[in-house]
Design a protein around this ligand. Structure first.
Ligand code: ADP
Ligand code: MG
Length: 703
């Protein structure tokens, strides 16, 4: 066997863990740190200095030369600006590396080039990063050297959130406060907070880097903008959970190592449905850390791929005709005394709490289905939701047969005394049943599925941050908890009140429950009849952020201000237009400079052949037929290219961000499809030797 791995020793090696802090900090300072971490507040300047020094000493010993405030601007990826620990040399020219508490706690990147959606004019471009004490600092090792990364929130001079972390942290506080009110109603006096747990399963594609570098579309857009289907797709189901190829296996091994060093508990790996598609799942953890870790997972996936001569594609739909990639956001709520609110439990008392939590979640998801759908949208995910080869973008909740039946009984008779699959259930203080875990099968087509003790939000795009979906989930559930607690806290007869409330919420919001095939045409019709929203594209979903319903909810729980929501809407329109614009320009470039010239060369060659064959006295019918076919397609492509160019010029004239985004969605995207169609047909006709790009078959099947 190869060199053995000591995973336990490696795990968290590059993280400034609590364990390490405890070891190297004076007890008092560590205690103060823990108190602020758990309860909020501010660290004293002197303690911050001590922590900064300890952090720097640890980092420098591990080879670090720089530190960075690592943050998550609204681009959806992370940002960093490196500063060396270097200080002014003394008179003898000797330099001591330093890092102060001030530098640890606050940074001021010149942030004028990050999207702010009007929150900050360039002339007042101050943006601040503030240390997120709840997420551990870590070391990044690469060609740049070793960099100490400090997770931070990013805000404007006036305190508006310019990032994804700040609202996430605010939403975690909100849901914690409201959930505490719920567990208190059931006699839990010990819990001091309720923390969302998140496990984000990450899908990705791996292709050969040499081939990647020959495709401008992959380089600029992250997805293929042209490309005829390979003779084989995923119809044989032979890739899903298939044996992992050696080269991919070596990649996964290396990836796991890097992630373990960063304290990411990468746990599960397997081949996914599409050829060249894979998945990695970590063990769930505190929502904030899980979001940071998912960013590190994505970044590390790309980095490690390079070392193996591979490229990792995180785009939601890199290849037409085979599955796209998503991210399953597994979410639950746990008290700090170990109770998972989404665990059906074993005693009737826990059961009522669970059913109340469930009723609140159904209410939240039904009331804000539009927001939830929005939170899972990004440009690439438009190919996965509501598009041609994709499931509809309708939010519904899968509960499983048994739970759905319980809900039905509660709604119709007000009591649930029986469970499906036979057996009577224990009925205790109330007339509510005990629930068996895993009593039903899974449903892979549901966008929001209950899976035993958590919900699995499956709409999220593979390249997107999971911050927004979790922020929204926490927010809408906080609101439902708050409304329930407002009523129950003042109820005279609690048992009766909770019973009525569960019945009321379930009756009112049962339309959101759907256990059938979410990918079917019938469901689209049925959902429409039920009045469920079906926002087909990211652009259609943007305005959900600025409805009065949304603003009221987000402001009430101090997660977003009205201004922050409007800025986000503006940024989303901008991001959409810019992304499609890059795609369109890449298509124009590829068609004009490589595809058309190649096809012309080929027609010339065919024409020469026709003449030569004729001269030789044979019939050139086959060659002529091919020539006509290719010429016709070339003409079609030429016309489509002209139209795309004209419309691109029109798009550039538009100044209203919303109008522009819709123009890109409705006009430019249609033009792009019209251009792709004849080109993909040409790819099937033109001599492979001449075709300028690696084909789908080359990329998906030859690693
Ligand atoms: P599945 O097969 O349903 O996708 P797994 O058990 O493999 O389930 O879990 C998938 C992801 O869900 C993993 O990241 C796992 O850590 C996470 N997960 C499991 N339990 C919970 C929970 N209670 N809360 C949040 N995430 C969870
Ligand atoms: Mg899953």
């Amino acid at each position: 066997m190869s060199d053995s791995l000591n995973v336990e020793a490696i795990f968290g090696e590059n993280v400034f863990t609590l364990g390490k802090m405890k070891e190297c900090l004076p007890e008092k300072v560590f205690e103060e740190f823990m108190k602020v971490k758990e309860e909020g507040g501010e660290l004293s300047r002197s303690s911050a200095d001590v922590i900064a020094k300890a952090m720097k000493d640890w980092a420098v010993e591990k080879g670090a030369t720089h530190y960075t405030h690592w943050f998550q601007p609204l681009t959806g990826i992370t940002a960093e600006k490196h500063d060396a620990f270097v200080t002014h040399p003394d008179e003898d020219g000797k330099m001591l590396m330093e890092f102060s508490g001030k530098e640890l706690i606050k940074g001021e990147p010149d942030a004028s080039s990050f999207p702010s959606g009007g929150l900050r004019a360039t002339f007042e471009a101050r943006g601040y990063t503030a240390w997120d004490i709840t997420s551990p600092a870590f070391l990044k090792e690469d060609a740049t050297g070793v960099i100490l990364c400090i997770p931070t929130a990013f805000c404007s001079y006036t305190g508006e959130a310019l990032d994804k972390k700040t609202p996430l942290l605010r939403s975690m506080e909100a849901v914690s406060q409201q959930a505490l009110r719920i567990v208190r109603l059931f006699g839990n006096t010990e819990a001091t907070k309720v923390v969302p747990s998140v496990g984000a399963e990450q899908e990705y594609f791996l292709i050969d880097r040499e081939k990647y570098l020959k495709r401008p579309d992959l380089i600029f857009a992250g997805r293929t903008l042209y490309g005829a289907a390979a003779p084989k797709g995923q119809e044989m189901d032979d890739h899903y959970f298939g044996v992992i190829q050696e080269r991919v296996g070596a990649y996964m091994k290396d990836l796991n190592m890097e992630l373990w060093k960063l304290g990411v508990s990468a746990k599960t790996q397997h081949n996914e449905a599409a050829p060249a598609q894979h998945e990695l799942a970590p063990i769930y953890e505190n929502g904030n850390i899980a979001v940071d870790h998912n960013q590190l997972v994505m970044e590390t996936m790309k980095k490690v791929a390079g070392r193996h001569g591979l490229t990792c594609l995180l785009h939601e739909k890199p290849f037409a005709g085979v599955n796209g990639s998503g991210k399953h956001d597994n979410w639950s709520l746990c008290t700090d005394n170990g109770v998972n609110l989404l665990d059906p439990g074993i005693t009737p008392n826990e059961n009522i709490q669970f059913l109340l939590v469930l009723a609140c979640i159904l209410k939240a998801v039904d009331t804000h289905a539009d927001l939830l759908r929005q939170s899972a949208s990004d440009v690439g995910n438009d190919h996965r939701l509501g598009a041609a080869e994709a499931p509809p973008a309708i939010i519904s909740v899968f509960l499983g047969e048994q739970l759905e039946d319980v809900v039905k009984q509660l709604v119709t008779t007000g009591v649930a005394t029986e469970a499906k699959e036979g057996g009577k259930l224990v009925t205790g203080v109330s007339t509510l049943p005990d629930l068996e875990k895993d009593a039903t099968d899974r449903n892979r087509t549901s966008p929001f599925a209950f899976t035993g003790n958590k919900f699995e939000f499956r709409m999220v795009g593979s390249a997107d941050s999971v911050a927004s979906p979790n922020t929204t989930l926490n927010a809408i559930v906080a609101e439902a908890f708050c409304e329930a607690a407002d009523r129950l806290e003042v109820a005279e007869d609690f048992d009766l009140a909770v019973h009525d409330l569960i019945k009321e919420y379930m009756t009112k919001h049962k339309r959101i429950i759907f256990n059938g095939n979410g990918y079917s045409e019938e469901w689209v019709k049925e959902a429409e009849a039920r009045g469920l929203s079906n926002l087909k594209s990211m652009v259609d979903a943007v305005d959900t952020l600025t409805t009065e319903k949304a603003i009221k909810m987000f402001e009430k729980f101090k997660i977003f201000t009205r201004a922050e929501l409007y800025s986000r809407a503006e940024i989303l329109y901008e991001i959409y237009s810019k992304t499609i614009n890059i795609e369109a320009r890449t298509m124009i470039d590829m068609a004009s400079k490589q595809i058309m010239p190649t096809v012309m060369k080929y027609t010339r060659q065919l024409a020469d052949t026709v003449l030569a064959v004729q001269r030789a006295g044979a019939s050139p019918r086959a060659q002529e037929k091919l020539l006509t076919e290719v010429s016709d397609l070339l003409e079609k492509a030429q016309d489509a290219l002209e139209k795309l160019k004209d419309d691109e010029a029109k798009a550039a004239q538009l100044s209203d961000e919303k109008e522009k985004a819709f123009f890109y969605k409705d006009t430019i995207k249609a033009d792009m499809e019209a251009l792709r169609e004849p080109v993909d047909e040409l790819e099937m006709l033109v001599d492979k030797e001449m075709w300028p790009y690696p084909t789908y078959a080359d990329m998906l099947f030859e690693l």
